[in-house]
Design a protein around this ligand. Structure first.
Ligand SMILES: Nc1ncnc2c1ncn2[C@@H]1O[C@H](COP(=O)(O)OP(=O)(O)OP(=O)(O)O)[C@@H](O)[C@H]1O
Length: 267
């Protein structure tokens, strides 16, 4: 999927959160959004994942404006986009069921009913729990294939985060939107998720993610977008953003000079 945000602004009541932001994510592209806390990264991601409608400007998915479509048509488009939030939200069930739900929500109702009947039949015939191969493949990508029958409640925080990533992968989204997917993760869990992001790129799907980890942005991105106070200051390849930025504000941020305003700190 080609995602385009064209001069997008977003406000709530009197507060302007995004101001005239333009950004594209093509198939096979990993685009990382960096910027200080409160810059508008999550809001941008929520617009990209079609959770929010821009107050001005246009979002286009494969040149189609989802907000000009009917609700059902927009929902069908939204199912092609997978979003993973910072906090893993698993339900109390085996790992495979948690991942499987990702695939099922993407399917239209008619397919879901048919699949349900098929599963009942399979259970009746073999009296066993059947795990879909694609569910196992998604778990494999995050290094948790063998954990498919474990109870989600028994997972460590890092493992739970990886399962929630596998859930999004299992739906085979054309675009994956990740909000700080590796914050709170140790280096090993982080490396596993970064490798999974690479696999998504190899499959020619797009990835849009927000991170506070500059090293990560440098490692995994095709392009990095720097945001400040709701504005997209500049976007470019990581080498340029981190070593040769065009805007002085970007240079200051990547040097670590723009993280917070001392005057705004509590006394
Ligand atoms: N629904 C809302 N109503 C009012 N203000 C909001 C709303 N959503 C976000 N904001 C404000 O908009 C600004 C940007 O928020 P956002 O969560 O997008 O920033 P962020 O860059 O993702 O921050 P962080 O790095 O801390 O997650 C913040 O000042 C936030 O308080």
């Amino acid at each position: 999927m080609n995602l385009e945000l064209a001069s997008v602004s977003y406000g709530v009541d009197e507060t302007q959160i995004l101001d005239d932001v333009s950004l594209t994510v093509d198939a096979g592209d990993v685009v990382t959004v960096i910027g200080p806390s409160g810059a508008g990264k999550t809001t941008l991601l929520r617009l990209a994942a079609l959770f929010e409608r821009p107050t001005e400007g246009t979002v286009r998915c494969d040149r189609t404006d989802p907000w000009a479509l009917s609700r059902d048509e927009r929902l069908a488009l939204r199912r092609r986009i997978g979003m993973v939030f910072q906090q893993a939200s698993l339900f109390d069930a085996p790992v495979a069921r948690n991942v499987d739900i990702g695939r099922r929500v993407r399917r239209p109702w008619s397919r879901r009913v048919r699949d349900f009947v098929d599963r009942l039949a399979a259970r009746w015939l073999r009296n066993s729990r059947s795990v879909d191969e694609r569910t196992l493949e998604a778990l494999e990508l995050v290094g948790l294939r063998d954990a498919w029958d474990r109870d989600a409640g028994s997972l460590s925080g890092g493992e739970a985060q990886r399962v929630s990533f596998a859930r999004a992968l299992a739906a085979e989204p054309d675009l994956l939107v990740l909000d700080e997917p590796t914050s709170d993760l140790d280096p090993r869990n982080m490396a596993i998720l970064e490798r999974a992001i690479d696999r998504v790129r190899e499959r020619d799907h797009g990835v849009l993610l927000a991170t506070h980890d500059m090293h990560q942005a440098e490692r995994i991105s095709d392009r990095v977008a720097f945001m400040l106070e709701g504005e997209l200051v500049e976007v470019g390849p990581p080498e340029r953003i981190f070593e040769n930025s065009r805007d002085e504000r970007t240079a200051r941020f990547v040097r670590g000079d723009l993280l917070y305003d001392e005057n705004e700190l509590p006394a």
